[in-house]
Design a protein around this ligand. Structure first.
Ligand code: UFG
Length: 318
């Protein structure tokens, strides 16, 4: 919105709360059109497009927990592929030609090569990751017909919150991901962090990830929209959204303690199944082609997460 776009939201709220909407309106100073339904519903999705006169779609809809995806694979395939099918049908029917897709670094599978360039082959080790690999393939095939142009944005580890502290990450139940877990320990909702693995071949033995501030991630989407609108001949292109730097779990704990002034008790336990020792992006393509690069630091990620968590210890109102 700050870049001049007028978004319309569609969200089933399966992993979010409708009470975020008044806060978005407060931050933007405008009313935001929002629809609560499941994007797998082809008729409802198509009806939204019939009324919307949209220029582009940013497709974020999907389930995203790696462990859960092995327990309920059918839910993951149905949700993540089903939303993509309904959105593509609605776009086709209503002549919308531009799509920005939330993909993931998980499509690089088990490679040990770092930094990871976009040219690496794609694969996966879990149903969640396969849904991203499959969605990328579906989007490539549809883009090849010339009916849509697609940006595949491969997120590394998005964390943080806008500096207002009014909106932020509020996962339901026990957080799967590192940053929301740390911030719940810091705010007193969980006793201690379990650090999964202290014996990786990294400087301090804990795993390295490429954490990217969510505001930088958002700017990457704006840059991709801009690119597609000025490169109409491009059918499909993939870009990593990362910083190009790895941060260890213990470095993140230390940065969070410094940024929040809270102690984050932790214990080092065994490795989590399926985790890699080092995952970070080769972020040069996005800079060269989109003119985008991440500018926020690990310290920004920690202080912005803490500002949100401290002001909203229980997350969004129910
Ligand atoms: N970690 C802990 N303790 C926790 C949670 C995480 O030590 O309680 C560690 C993990 O072992 C890993 C690092 O913190 O080394 C980051 O873990 P996250 O779960 O936050 O992120 P991942 O890198 O495992 O997962 C991310 C995305 C997935 C994506 C995956 C693979 O969240 O969507 O990258 O690219 F599939």
């Amino acid at each position: 919105m700050a870049a001049g776009h007028e978004p319309v939201i569609a969200d089933s709220h399966v992993n979010s709360r409708a009470s975020v909407l008044p806060r978005l309106e407060e931050l933007s100073g405008t009313r935001i059109e929002s629809h609560a339904f499941d994007l797998r519903d082809v008729d409802k999705t198509s009806a939204l497009f019939a009324d919307g006169h949209f220029d582009a779609v940013i497709h974020f809809a999907g389930l995203k927990a790696v462990g859960e995806s092995s327990e309920m694979p059918l839910e993951y395939y149905d949700n993540n592929l089903g939303t993509t099918f309904a959105i593509l049908r609605a776009m086709e029917r209503h002549g919308v030609r531009t799509l920005v897709f939330s993909s993931s670094a998980t499509v690089y599978g088990e490679t040990e090569r770092v930094p990871m360039p976009e040219e690496l082959p794609t694969s996966s080790t879990n149903p969640y990751g396969w849904t991203k690999v499959m969605q990328e393939q579906i989007l490539r095939d549809v883009a090849a017909t010339g009916s849509v142009q697609v940006a595949l944005l491969r997120y590394f580890n998005p964390v943080g919150a806008p500096p207002s502290g009014r909106i932020g990450e509020d996962p339901r139940g026990i957080p799967n991901n590192l940053m929301p877990f740390i911030s719940r320990v810091a705010v007193g909702r969980r006793e201690r962090l379990q650090v999964f693995g202290g014996d990786y071949p990294t400087p301090d033995g804990t795993a390295l990830r490429d954490y990217i501030h969510v505001e930088d991630l958002a700017a990457g989407h704006v840059a991709a929209l801009q690119y597609l609108s000025t490169h109409r001949d491009v059918q499909v292109r993939e870009w990593n959204l990362g910083t190009g730097h790895g941060t260890s779990v213990l470095e993140m704990v230390a940065a969070f303690e410094a940024g929040s002034g809270q102690t984050v008790p932790y214990e080092i336990v065994g490795r989590r199944a399926g985790d890699l020792g080092a995952v970070y992006a080769d972020a040069t393509r996005a800079e060269a082609e989109l003119g985008w690069r991440a500018t926020r630091t690990i310290e920004d990620m920690c202080t912005d997460t803490w500002r949100w968590q401290e002001a909203n210890p229980q997350g969004y109102p129910a």
